[in-house]
Design a protein around this ligand. Structure first.
Ligand code: PLP
Length: 463
């Protein structure tokens, strides 16, 4: 049972199995006095970015964050889908400590790191496709996107990359060219890098063609060939098709069965490469190492970041070996695959394997989805519940019939949730995403659902 800010702190409740359950523990309102000061100073000294909730973290353990006022908060945001194995996992901490005491940086692109080679080898085995692959390490998701875009342009010597409306691939100029999840991300930045084109996303809840799956016969995939390739997009000028396997920032949108296979067969006809952006959905979050595995296609290039580094900045691009550069200097960086980040990544992969976190993501993901569906039966503001594994979301609407996005209502729910000690993040226009660490347990999901339930009621009462 979560406590409200007005209740005194008490000892943590027990789970039915007898394991100590820490539970949300609120000692001050959120934000508390120390957090308020940090937030005010942050506003003074730091550039405006995307901050949505005034939570100031001090430490973390498992799925729990302790803030600077001593409040214990339940985290269903995972540092934006980063902390797959939970905060301060002892194996990751040990690996980082050992590495930092030995060597932090030597420039893995100009010299050699054994740990990078081992990690790269492992990633080539984990990613789909039995062909030979190579790896380029980066420091973030956007850098992975940039590297992938350069690689496909260099290889194909074609000028166009086709992406999806509503997608998110990063905020540097190349990746931003392909990012279209919100106008604010693009406003005042045009013209973009040449060659980025988009088609509508397979967003069944708001089908752009007002069709229904499966009677639509995957028109949203076939239109690439039937309309775009006949009009605005000359297919032989297209270097690559770029898509997230589950659209993340755009609203946790899961493409319908068959969409990926249909698009892949269309692009294959023209020698167009398929780039799979696993930055948010990868590393086990959906119950498979890479979410594209649910869709039954093998991409030519996979980008990743976020959870790969176990909390440290780390990204990678994994691609068919024959796409590798033939001239040294065509692409490189300084920090990519930094030794500490590589140690954290290897330890994170070990933990995912040893603790069977793919299975946990699948099992707990199904449970979380079922609990969210239950909530939608009680709360008419929830228009849609969707997800894959532990990548789940509820979309809020003012009216289930018109499906008008309930943006202000969603924002109130987020606020009521953090006030009750649950950390959540928005996505899409009016959705909330639920992305706990992959180690999450059933009782933690129950506690989160209880808070979401109370938060929706409170948001309604404030309307
Ligand atoms: C699918 C996807 N690609 C790329 C990015 C960009 O990653 P980063 O913020 O590390 O640059 C994100 C970030 O949210 C993402 O979700």
């Amino acid at each position: 049972m979560s406590q409200t800010a007005s209740l005194p702190a008490s000892s943590p409740p027990e789970t039915s199995s007898g394991t100590p359950r820490r539970g949300i523990l609120l000692r001050t309102p959120i934000p508390g006095p120390v957090a308020q000061k940090v937030v005010a100073d942050d506003r003074r000294f730091l550039m405006t970015t995307t901050k949505s909730s005034p939570i100031v973290a001090q430490s973390g353990s498992g799925v729990w964050i302790t803030d600077v006022d001593g409040n214990r908060l339940l985290d269903f945001a995972s540092g934006v889908a980063v902390n797959a194995v939970g905060y301060a996992h002892p194996e990751v901490v040990r690996a980082v400590r050992e590495q930092v005491g030995r060597l932090s940086h030597f420039a893995g692109t100009d010299f050699y790191y054994e740990s990078q080679v081992r990690l790269a080898e492992r990633l080539t085995r984990l990613t789909p496709g039995s062909f030979e692959k190579k790896v380029f390490f980066t420091n973030s998701g956007t850098e992975s996107a940039e590297a992938a875009l350069k690689l496909v342009h260099w290889n194909r010597q074609r000028s166009i990359v086709v992406g999806l409306l509503g997608a998110f691939h990063g905020r540097t100029m190349g990746s931003l060219t392909m990012t279209t999840s919100k106008p604010v991300q693009r406003a005042r930045y045009a013209p973009f890098v040449g060659g980025g084109m988009h088609i509508p996303a397979p967003y069944c809840y708001r089908c752009p063609y007002k069709l229904e799956y499966p009677s639509c016969d995957l028109y949203c995939a076939k239109i690439l060939k039937e309309l775009y390739f006949q009009t605005s997009i000359p297919p032989d000028d297209v270097a690559a098709f770029l898509a997230e396997p589950v659209m993340g920032e755009g609203g946790y949108i899961v493409p319908p069965p068959g969409w990926h296979r249909t698009v892949k067969s269309i692009v294959d006809e023209h020698g167009i490469l398929f780039i799979d952006d696993e930055v948010q959905a990868g590393m086990g979050r959906t119950g498979k190492w890479f979410a594209v595995e649910h869709h039954g296609i093998v991409p030519d290039v996979v980008t990743m970041a976020k959870a790969l580094g176990g909390g440290l900045p780390m990204g990678a691009v994994i691609f068919r070996k024959e796409l590798d550069y033939t001239t040294p200097g065509s692409h490189s960086n300084t920090f990519g695959g930094n030794l500490i980040a590589a140690a954290a990544s290897s330890a994170t992969l070990d933990v995912i394997e040893k603790e069977h976190l793919l299975d946990n993501a699948r099992v707990q993901g199904e449970y979380l989805l079922s609990r969210l569906r239950e909530l939608s039966e009680r709360h008419p503001e929830i228009g849609d519940v969707r997800g894959l594994g532990l990548m789940t979301a509820t979309e809020f609407v003012t009216d289930r019939r018109t499906k008008e996005p309930a943006v202000a209502f969603r924002d109130r729910v987020l606020e009521e949730a953090y006030r009750r000690g649950l950390i959540l993040l928005p996505c899409g226009r009016s959705a909330i995403r639920y992305v706990p660490p992959l180690i999450v347990r059933r009782e933690e999901i129950d506690e989160a659902i209880e808070v979401v339930d109370a938060s929706i009621r409170a948001a309604r009462a404030r309307a």
